[in-house]
Design a protein around this ligand. Structure first.
Ligand code: ZN
Length: 303
Protein backbone atom coordinates (compact mmCIF):
# COMPACT_ATOMS: atom_id res chain seq x y z
CA UNK A 1 0.00 0.00 0.00
CA UNK A 2 1.17 3.53 -0.76
CA UNK A 3 2.22 5.76 2.13
CA UNK A 4 -0.06 8.72 2.85
CA UNK A 5 2.52 11.04 1.26
CA UNK A 6 2.83 8.87 -1.84
CA UNK A 7 -0.92 8.72 -2.39
CA UNK A 8 -1.23 12.50 -1.99
CA UNK A 9 1.53 12.89 -4.60
CA UNK A 10 -0.18 10.39 -6.90
CA UNK A 11 -3.34 12.45 -6.67
CA UNK A 12 -1.46 15.66 -7.48
CA UNK A 13 0.32 14.05 -10.44
CA UNK A 14 -3.03 13.30 -12.06
CA UNK A 15 -3.34 17.02 -12.71
CA UNK A 16 -0.86 17.36 -15.51
CA UNK A 17 -0.32 21.05 -16.35
CA UNK A 18 -2.13 21.85 -19.59
CA UNK A 19 -0.65 25.24 -20.35
CA UNK A 20 3.01 26.06 -20.94
CA UNK A 21 3.00 28.73 -18.23
CA UNK A 22 2.01 26.21 -15.55
CA UNK A 23 4.46 23.55 -16.76
CA UNK A 24 7.26 26.09 -16.37
CA UNK A 25 6.02 27.20 -12.94
CA UNK A 26 5.69 23.61 -11.74
CA UNK A 27 9.25 22.81 -12.90
CA UNK A 28 10.43 25.93 -11.09
CA UNK A 29 8.87 24.64 -7.87
CA UNK A 30 10.41 21.21 -8.44
CA UNK A 31 13.91 22.59 -9.07
CA UNK A 32 13.98 25.05 -6.18
CA UNK A 33 12.90 22.24 -3.81
CA UNK A 34 15.03 19.53 -5.45
CA UNK A 35 18.08 17.88 -3.90
CA UNK A 36 20.39 19.95 -6.03
CA UNK A 37 19.92 22.82 -8.49
CA UNK A 38 23.21 24.54 -9.30
CA UNK A 39 25.14 25.63 -12.37
CA UNK A 40 26.91 22.27 -12.47
CA UNK A 41 24.20 19.82 -11.54
CA UNK A 42 20.47 19.26 -11.33
CA UNK A 43 19.51 16.30 -9.19
CA UNK A 44 16.00 15.24 -8.23
CA UNK A 45 15.46 12.24 -5.95
CA UNK A 46 11.98 10.91 -5.28
CA UNK A 47 10.30 7.77 -3.97
CA UNK A 48 7.03 8.59 -5.71
CA UNK A 49 6.51 6.43 -8.81
CA UNK A 50 3.82 8.81 -10.04
CA UNK A 51 6.09 11.84 -9.77
CA UNK A 52 8.89 9.88 -11.48
CA UNK A 53 6.58 9.14 -14.42
CA UNK A 54 5.50 12.78 -14.71
CA UNK A 55 8.93 14.39 -14.38
CA UNK A 56 10.47 13.69 -17.84
CA UNK A 57 7.22 14.76 -19.54
CA UNK A 58 7.17 18.02 -17.59
CA UNK A 59 10.77 18.86 -18.45
CA UNK A 60 10.14 18.14 -22.11
CA UNK A 61 7.10 20.39 -22.09
CA UNK A 62 8.71 23.26 -20.17
CA UNK A 63 12.24 23.32 -21.69
CA UNK A 64 12.39 20.61 -24.39
CA UNK A 65 15.17 19.11 -22.27
CA UNK A 66 15.81 15.44 -21.38
CA UNK A 67 17.54 14.03 -18.28
CA UNK A 68 21.13 12.75 -18.61
CA UNK A 69 20.49 10.06 -16.02
CA UNK A 70 17.14 8.40 -15.40
CA UNK A 71 16.14 5.65 -12.97
CA UNK A 72 16.10 2.19 -14.49
CA UNK A 73 12.85 0.83 -15.81
CA UNK A 74 10.85 -0.77 -12.98
CA UNK A 75 13.14 0.61 -10.26
CA UNK A 76 11.66 1.13 -6.78
CA UNK A 77 12.78 3.06 -3.70
CA UNK A 78 14.81 6.20 -4.28
CA UNK A 79 14.57 7.23 -7.94
CA UNK A 80 17.30 9.57 -9.18
CA UNK A 81 17.11 12.06 -12.08
CA UNK A 82 20.22 14.01 -13.07
CA UNK A 83 21.20 16.67 -15.61
CA UNK A 84 24.92 17.58 -15.88
CA UNK A 85 25.15 18.98 -19.40
CA UNK A 86 26.12 22.69 -19.08
CA UNK A 87 24.06 23.56 -22.18
CA UNK A 88 20.91 22.01 -20.76
CA UNK A 89 21.41 23.66 -17.38
CA UNK A 90 22.01 27.05 -19.03
CA UNK A 91 18.83 26.54 -21.05
CA UNK A 92 16.83 25.82 -17.89
CA UNK A 93 18.40 28.67 -15.91
CA UNK A 94 17.66 31.17 -18.66
CA UNK A 95 14.02 30.01 -18.85
CA UNK A 96 13.76 31.23 -15.23
CA UNK A 97 15.60 34.46 -15.95
CA UNK A 98 18.89 33.43 -14.29
CA UNK A 99 22.18 34.25 -16.00
CA UNK A 100 24.64 31.39 -15.44
CA UNK A 101 27.63 33.68 -16.12
CA UNK A 102 27.12 35.87 -13.06
CA UNK A 103 26.99 34.95 -9.38
CA UNK A 104 23.88 32.95 -8.95
CA UNK A 105 21.42 33.59 -6.17
CA UNK A 106 18.34 31.49 -6.67
CA UNK A 107 15.02 32.96 -5.73
CA UNK A 108 11.41 32.75 -6.81
CA UNK A 109 11.37 34.86 -9.95
CA UNK A 110 8.00 36.56 -9.61
CA UNK A 111 6.97 36.82 -13.28
CA UNK A 112 7.03 33.00 -13.44
CA UNK A 113 4.39 32.77 -10.70
CA UNK A 114 2.36 35.83 -11.61
CA UNK A 115 -0.87 34.08 -12.63
CA UNK A 116 -2.97 32.26 -10.01
CA UNK A 117 -2.79 29.04 -12.04
CA UNK A 118 1.00 29.24 -11.98
CA UNK A 119 1.19 29.94 -8.22
CA UNK A 120 -0.67 26.68 -7.58
CA UNK A 121 1.52 24.85 -10.13
CA UNK A 122 4.67 26.16 -8.43
CA UNK A 123 3.55 24.94 -5.01
CA UNK A 124 2.55 21.57 -6.52
CA UNK A 125 6.09 21.24 -7.86
CA UNK A 126 7.59 22.26 -4.51
CA UNK A 127 5.54 19.63 -2.70
CA UNK A 128 6.29 16.87 -5.22
CA UNK A 129 10.05 17.43 -5.01
CA UNK A 130 10.61 18.68 -1.46
CA UNK A 131 7.43 17.95 0.43
CA UNK A 132 5.85 15.27 2.56
CA UNK A 133 2.71 14.74 4.59
CA UNK A 134 2.54 12.31 7.52
CA UNK A 135 -0.33 9.86 7.85
CA UNK A 136 -2.90 11.60 10.08
CA UNK A 137 -3.24 8.38 12.07
CA UNK A 138 0.28 9.15 13.40
CA UNK A 139 0.45 12.94 13.50
CA UNK A 140 -0.63 16.10 11.74
CA UNK A 141 2.48 17.16 9.88
CA UNK A 142 3.10 18.50 6.39
CA UNK A 143 6.33 20.12 5.21
CA UNK A 144 8.27 21.63 2.34
CA UNK A 145 12.08 21.56 2.49
CA UNK A 146 14.55 23.50 0.35
CA UNK A 147 18.29 24.10 0.52
CA UNK A 148 17.82 27.74 -0.57
CA UNK A 149 17.14 30.08 2.33
CA UNK A 150 15.70 32.93 0.25
CA UNK A 151 13.41 30.51 -1.55
CA UNK A 152 12.00 29.32 1.76
CA UNK A 153 11.17 32.88 2.81
CA UNK A 154 9.63 33.70 -0.55
CA UNK A 155 7.63 30.48 -0.56
CA UNK A 156 6.30 31.37 2.89
CA UNK A 157 5.07 34.68 1.43
CA UNK A 158 3.54 32.88 -1.55
CA UNK A 159 1.60 30.51 0.72
CA UNK A 160 0.39 33.45 2.80
CA UNK A 161 -0.74 35.24 -0.35
CA UNK A 162 -2.58 32.28 -1.88
CA UNK A 163 -3.92 30.46 1.18
CA UNK A 164 -4.09 33.18 3.80
CA UNK A 165 -1.96 31.47 6.43
CA UNK A 166 1.73 31.24 7.19
CA UNK A 167 3.55 27.95 7.84
CA UNK A 168 6.04 27.59 10.69
CA UNK A 169 9.73 27.55 9.85
CA UNK A 170 12.71 25.53 11.03
CA UNK A 171 16.18 24.64 9.78
CA UNK A 172 17.34 21.08 9.67
CA UNK A 173 20.65 19.69 8.38
CA UNK A 174 21.29 22.51 5.94
CA UNK A 175 17.71 22.70 4.76
CA UNK A 176 15.01 25.28 5.42
CA UNK A 177 11.74 23.67 6.36
CA UNK A 178 8.27 25.19 6.13
CA UNK A 179 5.80 23.08 8.05
CA UNK A 180 2.18 22.84 9.19
CA UNK A 181 0.86 21.09 12.30
CA UNK A 182 -2.81 22.02 12.20
CA UNK A 183 -5.19 19.55 10.60
CA UNK A 184 -7.42 22.20 9.00
CA UNK A 185 -4.46 24.04 7.42
CA UNK A 186 -2.98 20.79 6.10
CA UNK A 187 -6.30 19.83 4.62
CA UNK A 188 -6.72 23.28 3.00
CA UNK A 189 -3.22 23.09 1.56
CA UNK A 190 -3.77 19.59 0.13
CA UNK A 191 -7.06 20.69 -1.42
CA UNK A 192 -5.34 23.70 -2.99
CA UNK A 193 -2.59 21.47 -4.40
CA UNK A 194 -5.18 19.26 -6.07
CA UNK A 195 -5.33 16.41 -3.55
CA UNK A 196 -8.90 16.65 -2.15
CA UNK A 197 -9.01 12.94 -1.31
CA UNK A 198 -5.88 13.16 0.85
CA UNK A 199 -7.39 16.30 2.41
CA UNK A 200 -10.44 14.27 3.38
CA UNK A 201 -8.16 11.65 4.93
CA UNK A 202 -6.90 14.38 7.28
CA UNK A 203 -10.44 15.46 8.13
CA UNK A 204 -11.51 11.87 8.79
CA UNK A 205 -8.75 11.46 11.33
CA UNK A 206 -9.76 14.64 13.09
CA UNK A 207 -13.43 13.69 13.14
CA UNK A 208 -12.56 10.31 14.58
CA UNK A 209 -10.62 11.94 17.42
CA UNK A 210 -13.45 14.34 18.17
CA UNK A 211 -16.00 11.55 18.17
CA UNK A 212 -13.88 9.53 20.58
CA UNK A 213 -13.72 12.54 22.85
CA UNK A 214 -17.46 12.93 22.67
CA UNK A 215 -17.99 9.27 23.48
CA UNK A 216 -15.70 9.63 26.50
CA UNK A 217 -17.40 12.80 27.66
CA UNK A 218 -20.80 11.22 27.23
CA UNK A 219 -19.87 7.90 28.78
CA UNK A 220 -21.51 8.68 32.07
CA UNK A 221 -24.41 10.69 30.83
CA UNK A 222 -27.72 9.25 29.73
CA UNK A 223 -28.26 11.73 26.99
CA UNK A 224 -29.88 9.47 24.39
CA UNK A 225 -29.94 12.26 21.83
CA UNK A 226 -26.23 12.93 21.99
CA UNK A 227 -25.31 9.28 21.69
CA UNK A 228 -27.63 8.97 18.65
CA UNK A 229 -25.88 11.88 16.95
CA UNK A 230 -22.47 10.39 17.76
CA UNK A 231 -23.50 6.97 16.44
CA UNK A 232 -24.78 8.44 13.18
CA UNK A 233 -21.63 10.50 12.74
CA UNK A 234 -19.48 7.41 13.40
CA UNK A 235 -21.38 5.45 10.77
CA UNK A 236 -20.95 8.28 8.25
CA UNK A 237 -17.26 8.60 9.06
CA UNK A 238 -16.73 4.86 8.53
CA UNK A 239 -18.57 5.11 5.19
CA UNK A 240 -16.47 8.04 3.99
CA UNK A 241 -13.32 6.11 4.93
CA UNK A 242 -14.41 3.07 2.93
CA UNK A 243 -15.18 5.25 -0.08
CA UNK A 244 -11.78 6.93 0.13
CA UNK A 245 -9.87 3.68 0.54
CA UNK A 246 -11.66 2.08 -2.42
CA UNK A 247 -10.98 5.14 -4.61
CA UNK A 248 -14.72 5.85 -4.92
CA UNK A 249 -14.61 9.21 -3.20
CA UNK A 250 -13.18 10.78 -6.34
CA UNK A 251 -16.11 9.53 -8.39
CA UNK A 252 -18.92 10.75 -6.09
CA UNK A 253 -21.33 13.34 -7.51
CA UNK A 254 -20.49 16.87 -6.33
CA UNK A 255 -23.54 17.05 -4.04
CA UNK A 256 -22.52 13.94 -2.11
CA UNK A 257 -18.89 15.02 -1.88
CA UNK A 258 -20.02 18.36 -0.48
CA UNK A 259 -22.15 16.55 2.11
CA UNK A 260 -19.24 14.27 3.08
CA UNK A 261 -16.90 17.23 3.48
CA UNK A 262 -19.39 19.15 5.59
CA UNK A 263 -19.80 16.15 7.91
CA UNK A 264 -16.04 15.70 8.27
CA UNK A 265 -15.51 19.37 9.01
CA UNK A 266 -18.40 19.64 11.44
CA UNK A 267 -18.60 16.49 13.54
CA UNK A 268 -20.94 17.99 16.12
CA UNK A 269 -23.37 19.70 13.78
CA UNK A 270 -26.99 18.59 13.53
CA UNK A 271 -28.63 17.65 10.24
CA UNK A 272 -30.34 21.03 10.06
CA UNK A 273 -27.03 22.84 10.55
CA UNK A 274 -25.32 20.74 7.89
CA UNK A 275 -28.25 21.31 5.49
CA UNK A 276 -27.82 25.06 5.88
CA UNK A 277 -24.11 24.77 4.98
CA UNK A 278 -24.80 23.26 1.55
CA UNK A 279 -24.41 25.45 -1.51
CA UNK A 280 -27.21 26.11 -2.22
CA UNK A 281 -28.75 25.30 1.19
CA UNK A 282 -31.06 22.28 1.25
CA UNK A 283 -33.75 20.91 3.58
CA UNK A 284 -33.05 18.68 6.56
CA UNK A 285 -34.63 15.58 4.90
CA UNK A 286 -32.57 16.22 1.75
CA UNK A 287 -29.41 16.36 3.87
CA UNK A 288 -30.41 13.16 5.61
CA UNK A 289 -30.92 11.58 2.19
CA UNK A 290 -27.43 12.57 1.02
CA UNK A 291 -25.74 11.17 4.11
CA UNK A 292 -27.77 7.94 3.88
CA UNK A 293 -26.75 7.63 0.24
CA UNK A 294 -23.08 7.88 1.26
CA UNK A 295 -23.54 5.07 3.78
CA UNK A 296 -25.32 2.93 1.15
CA UNK A 297 -22.59 3.49 -1.44
CA UNK A 298 -19.97 2.44 1.10
CA UNK A 299 -21.90 -0.77 1.79
CA UNK A 300 -22.00 -1.48 -1.96
CA UNK A 301 -18.27 -0.78 -2.19
CA UNK A 302 -17.55 -3.28 0.57
CA UNK A 303 -19.41 -6.11 -1.16
ZN1 ZN B 1 -0.25 29.04 -15.46
Amino acid sequence: MLSFSASAKAEICKENPQSGCCALAQCFGILLFANSFTETQIKIITESQDFARLLPKLFRKAFSVTFDTLPEEGAVGKLVFVIRSPEKIAEIMSAFGFDTGSTLSLHINLPIVEEDCCKAAFLRGAFLAGGSVTSPAKAYHMELATTHQIVSRECDALIRETLGFSPKTASRAGAQVLYLKQSDLISDFLTYLGAPVAAMGIMEARLEKELNNQVNRCCNCDDANTSKVVEAAQEQLAAIRVLRQTQRLETLPGKLLQAARARLENPESSLAELAAMMEPPITKPAMNHRLKRIVELAKEAEQ
